[in-house]
Design a protein around this ligand. Structure first.
Ligand code: HEC
Length: 130
């Protein structure tokens, strides 16, 4: 191999490796973003972000109630078993104050997006005691 050709080949290899490294970095970065996105968007995360734990515990998920139970009226139930009592469709409407039980609507209207509401209600609807 002539020196010139040798150099050209070396250059080519170097360029290819740089390109590979760059696309690898992009892939890793995108992957990190995606997994962070799903973690932030889980039903549990939405539950915590919307301060549902001020009133509700979900013992089965390791979530403790943070605030004091409101005085008088119906105590906010632990939601470990909420999926056995209600379907996720009902929970969605309940959280929008479009459904009532015990003659009352929920104390708080959900403030997040439709997508978040859906994820949250689906997650809650799946919580059943074994
Ligand atoms: C200020 C207190 C309070 C906050 C905050 C709160 N809740 Fe409630 N929640 C209650 C009370 C009280 C009840 C019981 C109402 C009843 O059964 O009449 C209830 C009932 C429910 C029920 C029905 C449970 C069952 O077994 O029938 C679900 C589901 C629920 N809440 C979900 C949520 C979610 C999700 C959030 C956060 C977005 C939230 N709650 C925030 C007080 C609260």
């Amino acid at each position: 191999m002539s020196d010139h050709l040798h150099l050209a080949v070396q250059n080519l290899i170097l360029k290819t490796m740089k390109k590979l490294a760059a696309s690898l970095a992009v892939i890793v970065f995108a992957g990190a973003l995606t997994s962070a996105g799903t973690a932030g968007g889980s039903g549990k995360a939405i539950f915590e972000q919307n301060k549902c734990t001020k009133c509700h515990s979900i013992e089965s998920q390791g979530l403790q109630r943070e605030g004091k139970a409101p005085e008088g009226g119906t105590k906010p139930p632990d939601l470990s078993d909420v999926g056995s009592r209600h379907k996720s469709d009902w929970i969605q409407k309940w959280l929008l104050k479009e459904e009532e039980q015990h003659g009352k609507k929920h104390i708080k209207k959900f403030g997040g997006s439709d997508d978040e509401l859906k994820t949250l209600a689906t997650w809650l609807g799946g919580l059943k005691k074994k």
